[in-house]
Design a protein around this ligand. Structure first.
Ligand SMILES: O=C(O)C(=O)CO
Length: 435
């Protein structure tokens, strides 16, 4: 293998991934998807006449919420009166109040910020157009304990759910039924205002009622579903939570609003960016570089180290037989892999994906695996770029993988992709460059 060819493949893998980050950044997305033209607000294919409303405000939360708010300020200018968003990744804004919260476990300051959001929500009326910004992370960043519950109850429940192996749909069925805001309750609070919800999806499959626990979306799940999740996964939660859910299932608490609830009569939902946004941009960069691209799937999930082997197998097949496409080619996938933590090391799903791939790769292939929010697991890296030459000591690398300690090995190999918080969050992205 010629060293410069290998380097070019690694560079291209990284460039494709970074193109994905840029395309999914709120500044890029909002510039493309939202425009104000003579009082008419275009959001994707829909149009709302701002002149029908006295006030336009932005309310919401999520990792990317303040970046979306800043981009909306640019588009709307004086037409935007203000608003409140809660985030852990603050951007500079002029009109919208950016308040702090924490993720993935809710915090005291998140509760205070969400209280400010609720007060702003209670101040709107039918002459208000609310742009409700919901991005990944909103479930933890917008904690509003239901009556009788405390932040400590929510924190203990979040911790237990995140360790349980339950899917995000299941986790959020519980969170929605412990909240005064999630599962459509924010929409109920905002009615009769006109609400246009702007969504950045970090959920595989983009179920609107799951993204950020769907504060403005009708909720198909029930208290009984929430209890079933706790039972199916043996999740130990505080007595107050179980009691609350049991009373809800017995009909003593109001259900989250469903599709026929009048709360949603004046609510529309607009998905501005998904994993596909990043995947398409990565494909575009590959094409520019003269490589035939293939989108494998935007729904790859499961144990990261195993999914990595499947990706390597696809590259091997391409090199050996030209199926599913002939090299030089670029295979892109998205979705969200998980890690079953057994050791006590530093890593995340993308770092484990990359390390597992590096142990298998042989031949003219480079792979980049990154989290589009720039923070894989709880590390300071977005992910890594690897190839057959990345690992100097394979035994040590295998041991690191066993101990969930991918970060130091990939750092020593100078393989990390380190971007810092990217301002967006549309799940994971992997790029295989096959020479
Ligand atoms: O990230 C969150 O807040 C979710 O619950 C999924 O969008």
């Amino acid at each position: 293998m010629v060293a410069s060819d290998a380097e070019a493949r690694r560079d291209l893998a990284r460039e494709c991934a970074l193109a994905g980050f840029e395309a999914a950044h709120p500044a890029t997305v909002v510039r493309e998807e939202v425009a104000l033209d003579g009082g008419r607000l275009r959001i994707g294919g829909a149009t709302i006449d701002c002149d029908d409303y006295e006030t336009v405000v932005v309310l919401g939360g999520g990792n990317a919420a303040s970046q979306v708010a800043a981009a909306l300020e640019d588009v709307l200018g004086d037409a935007l009166a203000g608003g409140v968003v809660v985030t852990d990744d603050p951007a500079e804004t002029e009109r919208v109040d950016v308040r702090p919260g924490d993720h993935p476990v809710p915090s005291e300051r998140g509760v205070a910020s969400t209280q400010a959001l609720c007060e702003a929500a209670d101040a709107v009326d039918e002459r208000t157009l609310v742009l409700a910004v919901i991005t990944g992370g909103a479930s933890a960043l917008l904690p509003a304990p239901a009556a009788g519950l405390t932040l400590a109850d929510l924190r203990a429940t979040t911790d237990a759910l995140l360790d349980s192996g339950a899917t995000i749909n299941e986790v959020n069925a519980v969170r929605k039924h412990c909240s005064a805001l999630k599962g459509g309750r924010l929409a109920a609070r905002l009615a009769p205002a006109r609400v246009a919800t702007l969504v950045f999806s970090d959920v595989v499959g983009d179920d609107l009622s799951v993204i950020g626990s769907g504060p403005t979306v009708a909720d198909p799940s029930t208290y009984a579903d929430a209890l079933a999740v706790l039972d199916d996964y043996d999740v130990a939660v505080p007595e107050a939570i179980r009691g609350h859910l049991e009373r809800g299932a017995a009909g003593e608490r109001a259900e989250t609003p469903g599709a026929d609830d009048p709360a949603f009569e004046r609510v529309s939902t607009h998905v501005l960016a998904t994993n596909r946004t990043a995947v398409d941009a990565a494909v575009g960069r590959a094409r520019e570089a003269g490589y035939e691209p293939l989108v494998l799937s935007t729904r790859v999930r499961g144990e990261a180290r195993e999914a990595a082997k499947t990706h390597v197998a696809i590259a091997e097949e391409a090199l050996a037989t030209g199926d599913p496409l002939s090299p030089p080619c670029v295979v892109v996938s998205g979705g969200e892999c998980t890690v079953t933590v057994r050791g006590d090391g530093e890593g995340g799903p993308n770092l484990e994906f990359a390390l597992s791939a590096a142990l298998e790769l042989d031949g003219e292939t480079a792979l980049c695996a990154v989290d589009t929010d720039g923070i894989d697991g709880a590390t300071a890296a977005a992910g890594a770029v690897v190839d057959a030459a990345t690992l100097a000591d394979r035994r040590a690398a295998r041991r690191a993988l066993r101990e969930n300690d991918a970060l130091p090995v990939l750092d020593d190999a100078d393989a990390l992709v380190t971007t810092g918080a990217t301002g967006t969050n549309v799940n994971d992205l992997r790029v295989l460059v096959v020479g």
